[in-house]
Design a protein around this ligand. Structure first.
Ligand code: UDP
Ligand code: MG
Length: 139
């Protein structure tokens, strides 16, 4: 069964949206295979966002992602990689469609793109790579 990696970022946890996000996963019919609350470390985060570490905004992302615990996990289901991305909505909360997680919850009054509630792997390859980083015991 196809799997993807998700994270509820520090803003989602601090705003009490863990239940809302998990509810959407379960309502959609995806199976939770892993679920864990964790304070993330910088080395793993740099591996996770390997394509972003050289960007000027990475420092801000790293500071935000390590500012408080996240809830991370693995979900499984047919087409789950693309479906979960659809459920998240656009990266920039200001552009995320209503009905999506980011469109419904990530109001971003500051205009910042960084706090956008949740993460999802962007391809099958990314999903496998990210699951291996955060849950190496699954391989
Ligand atoms: N991000 C940002 N500014 C950007 C692009 C990304 O602050 O211009 C942050 C944002 O939190 C995003 C994360 O970095 O969720 C990872 O970026 P990516 O392009 O992979 O977006 P995602 O896959 O999360 O939609
Ligand atoms: Mg991404």
């Amino acid at each position: 069964m196809e799997k993807t990696f998700f994270m509820i970022k520090p803003d989602g946890v601090e705003r009490g949206l863990v239940g809302d996000v998990l509810k959407r996963i379960e309502r959609r019919g995806f199976r939770l295979e892993k679920l864990e609350m964790r304070q993330i470390d910088r080395a793993s985060l740099e591996k996770h966002y390997a394509d972003l570490v050289d960007r000027p905004f990475f420092l801000g992302i790293a500071e935000f992602m390590m500012s408080a615990p996240v809830v991370m996990g693995v979900i499984a289901g047919p087409g789950v990689v693309a479906s979960w991305r659809d459920m998240l909505g656009a990266t920039n909360p200001a552009e995320a469609a209503p009905g999506t997680i980011r469109g419904d919850f990530a109001t971003a009054p500051t205009g910042s793109i960084i706090p956008n509630i949740a993460h999802g792997s962007d391809s099958l390859e990314s999903a496998q790579r990210e699951i291996a980083i955060w849950f190496p015991e699954m391989n």
